[in-house]
Ligand binder design. Structure first.
Ligand code: NOJ
Length: 551
């Protein structure tokens, strides 16, 4: 049953414990704080939480440097607090996905400490070593400008070790059977504690077999199938959501030719084209990106997002398009990062409510499952004075109390935004809850609308000819019911003429306002689109006929 594929019609909310809610007053967010905020998330309409890494970590890369896979960093509470949180989330029907960071460990992990101690150590071959400095050691850095190499000499080990990311993140050797067994043990552990699946960090790098000096590393897609098989064996409806910023032609390998790979992937490719379209109002390349990433497997699903905890990566856009996105959304050097991205939040980039609504309405209506970043529902801003990606990792703004109601501590893990138009004194949950016209209330309605449109997650889609290059039209159909969704990226209003294949109806029912469009004699609909306008219509709903025996 397609309806069993819960991840195709859920609303995912991504957060980092560190900056969400600090209950014990030490300046760092914790599980007790998050548990208290579950009612907020439930009222917003979220049904899946994706938690960033919370395991013990030296925290040099926001927790993506784990030193113990089977615990909770004490800054966030205890394992007991985690289980209490899981219990309360499940009571509210909220599923929890956690990060699975198995491409690398922290260099403080006991496995690495053992590995470097001697060539004969038990864990030596859990990592990737080279006696000589590889000729390509200054290539392939994920963080250019900050990271210096991909191979670093370790005095203790008397050898070079491979690290795709920072040098304190040595890569695990996935070709070692023992490492893959351990990866499955980690999955099994958290599944047993009730998680619904994993956001798998750095998937392409997990699959590559780095070899000193080898130009093209070999990719082992069979490892994904192995993990998927294990996952499904332990928990039938659990999912793997992969972080893989790859070209469209590569994606099938990740989903598996028969749907036996990972079930979900973030659609980085479409994400970049969305920003290009937002910058230029040109929908042509977005349409191409959507078609290029069309899923044909019934179990595969995209996760759509606007912003995440990293930079907005626009590396996949052709040079000319990339420049237009930089010009519009990150023109100054301090807004840019790693030679490919922008380290700002959505609201500060778009700069106005109309375009924010347009962007969110679009993201919620694209083929896939929407993922919201904490704070974006209230339009939080960033702090460009913070280092690198920390700019977009400031504490959640709950109220206009000191420290944004996030903590009672004077010293916080990251400072709150307290100056300018995005300061917590102006932008916070408490005040937006009271204001019927707030972004928060608008977002709550959008989430409710998306949940009432199962056609998007489970149905088929096609692009509609709108005749206006600035207006994107998508039509979804699922079990006799269909939707027509339109977005106008232009700062000017437009009228579009739609020819829709409606077998049983001749009306379009507006789902956002009191309006119905009746087809003209030639079967077309004329629809006006405001500047930056978005409209969701139901084109037919056969549910009233189904119980009368019609098909
Ligand atoms: C991808 C994560 O999203 C990013 O935040 C992290 O720095 C790298 N993987 C390394 O784990």
């Amino acid at each position: 049953m397609i309806q069993d594929l819960w991840y195709k019609n859920s609303i995912i909310y991504s957060l980092d414990l560190e900056t969400f809610m600090d209950l014990n007053g030490d300046g760092v967010g914790d599980f007790e704080g998050l548990t208290r905020r579950l009612d907020y998330l439930h009222a917003l309409g979220v049904d899946t939480i994706w938690l960033a890494p919370f395991q013990p970590s030296p925290n040099q890369d926001n927790g993506y440097d784990i030193k113990d896979y089977y615990g909770v960093d004490q800054r966030h509470g205890s394992s007991g607090n985690f289980v209490e949180f899981m219990h309360q989330a499940n009571r509210r029907g909220i599923k929890v996905i956690i990060d699975l960071v198995i491409n690398h460990t922290s260099d403080e992990h006991p496995w690495f400490q053992d590995a470097r101690s001697s060539p004969d150590a038990k864990h030596r071959h859990w990592y990737v070593w080279s006696d000589k400095k590889p000729s390509d050691s200054d290539e392939g850095m994920v963080f250019p400008g900050v990271q210096e190499s991909t191979w670093t000499y370790d005095k203790k080990a008397k050898a070079y070790y491979f690290h795709r990311f920072f040098k304190f993140q040595p890569d695990l050797n996935m070709d070692n059977d023992e490492v893959r067994e351990e990866a499955k043990r980690i999955m099994g552990y958290w599944l047993q504690l009730g998680v619904a699946g994993f956001r798998v960090d750095a998937v392409p790098f997990i699959l590559e077999t780095p070899a000193p000096g080898a130009a093209q590393p070999q990719m082992k897609f069979e490892y994904l199938k192995e993990f998927r098989k294990f996952l499904q064996w332990r928990k039938g409806d659990a999912i793997l959501l992969g972080e893989a910023n790859v070209l469209p032609e590569e994606t099938q390998k990740y989903f598996g030719e028969n749907g036996d790979g990972i079930q979900m992937m973030f659609n980085f490719y479409v994400n970049q084209h969305v920003f290009y379209t937002l910058a230029t109002a040109d929908t042509e390349s977005l349409i191409k990106a959507l078609e290029a990433t069309r899923n044909t497997l019934p179990t595969a699903q995209w996760a759509n997002f606007l912003r995440n905890h990293d930079e907005l990566d626009i590396d996949r856009l052709p040079e000319e398009q990339r420049q237009k996105v930089f010009d519009r959304f990150g023109p100054e050097e301090h807004m840019q990062i790693y030679e490919r991205g922008i380290r700002r939040r959505l609201s500060t980039m778009l700069g106005n409510r109309a375009q924010s609504e347009l962007a969110y309405s679009l993201m919620f209506s694209l083929p896939g499952t929407p993922v919201i970043r904490y704070g974006d529902e209230i339009g939080m801003g960033d702090d460009l004075s913070l280092k690198e990606r920390d700019a977009v990792r400031t504490p959640m703004q709950w109220s206009d109390d000191p420290q944004a109601g996030f903590s009672e501590s004077a010293k916080l893990v990251h400072p709150v935004v307290d100056k300018g138009p995005y300061a917590y004194q102006h932008i916070n949950v408490e005040s937006q809850k009271r204001n019927p016209d707030s972004l928060l209330n608008w977002m709550t309605s959008l989430i409710r609308l998306r949940k009432e449109c199962p056609e998007i997650g489970w149905g088929e889609w096609k692009i509609l000819q709108t005749g206006v290059p600035q207006v994107l039209g998508i039509m979804y159909t699922w079990q006799g019911s269909s939707l027509v969704i339109l977005h106008n990226f232009d700062e000017k209003a437009h009228e579009v003429i739609l020819k829709i294949d409606q077998k049983h109806d001749n009306k379009l029912v507006d789902l956002l306002q009191d309006y119905k469009s009746m087809a003209e004699n030639d079967g077309t609909h004329r629809v006006t689109m405001d500047a930056y306008g978005y409209r969701w219509f139901r084109a037919s709903d056969l549910s009233h006929m189904l119980h009368r025996g019609h098909k």
